[in-house]
Design a protein around this ligand. Structure first.
Ligand SMILES: CC(C)(COP(=O)(O)OP(=O)(O)OC[C@H]1O[C@@H](n2cnc3c(N)ncnc32)[C@H](O)[C@@H]1OP(=O)(O)O)[C@@H](O)C(=O)NCCC(=O)NCCS
Length: 171
């Protein structure tokens, strides 16, 4: 496939990205990035069509900086081709270059496909998986868990419609 990745922030000049967005979900992410200063994302182009996006934001809670992976979206026609992995990997590599924080927060709202995708990417990039240690959510109190534990939680969460919050950290 003829693929290209584009970094978009509220400061980038990217008319060629905007004019190639057909999908409304992708356009929605683009518009958020253009309105908000601490948001950015990676947009995936196939020929003349933008077919995928990530949306991330720098945040601080409990005196801890982290990057929130707020959204990952691949156009339905292109799913199941590992493009989620490609676009998440490009996003994390870009974050490493920006060098603000290596702690990434992800709220798993899309079930098993997104969980499998991010576990695979963060494993390849040597990040450890963490979750809140206590029921009271404190970003300073995180414990390391194994990928299989996150998958086990997801299987029971899906039945109860609970969204799992995970952190990925690289020391
Ligand atoms: C989640 C999403 C981005 C995945 O995109 P994708 O390009 O199809 O994903 P990939 O091809 O990279 O596959 C990632 C993993 O999910 C698995 N997967 C894909 N579709 C699946 C499904 N329907 N059920 C279970 N696993 C699935 C793949 O097998 C792969 O895992 P593997 O390597 O262990 O086989 C895409 O489905 C999407 O845009 N969904 C709507 C938005 C959404 O839910 N975003 C996440 C919000 S947190």
């Amino acid at each position: 496939m003829d693929l290209n990745f584009h970094y978009v922030s509220n400061r980038t000049l990217d008319k060629d990205v905007k004019t190639n967005i057909i999908n409304p979900d992708i356009l929605h992410n683009y518009e958020i990035i253009k309105k908000k200063k601490n948001y950015w994302g990676i947009f995936l182009r196939h020929k003349n069509e933008i077919i995928g996006t990530t949306l991330v934001a720098y945040q601080n809670k409990d005196n801890t900086d982290f990057l929130l992976l707020a959204s990952v979206f691949i156009d339905e026609k292109y799913r199941g081709r590992n493009l989620c992995k490609d676009i998440v990997k490009q996003t994390i590599l870009k974050n490493q270059i920006r060098n603000k924080t290596n702690l990434i927060k992800v709220v798993i709202a899309g079930g098993m496909p997104i969980l499998k995708c991010i576990i695979c990417v963060f494993k390849e990039l040597n990040y450890t998986i963490k979750k809140y240690k206590t029921k009271h959510e404190n970003t300073q109190l995180l414990q390391t868990i194994l990928p299989k534990t996150a998958i086990k939680f997801e299987l029971s969460n899906y039945d109860n419609d609970i969204w799992q919050t995970l952190f990925f950290d690289k020391k």
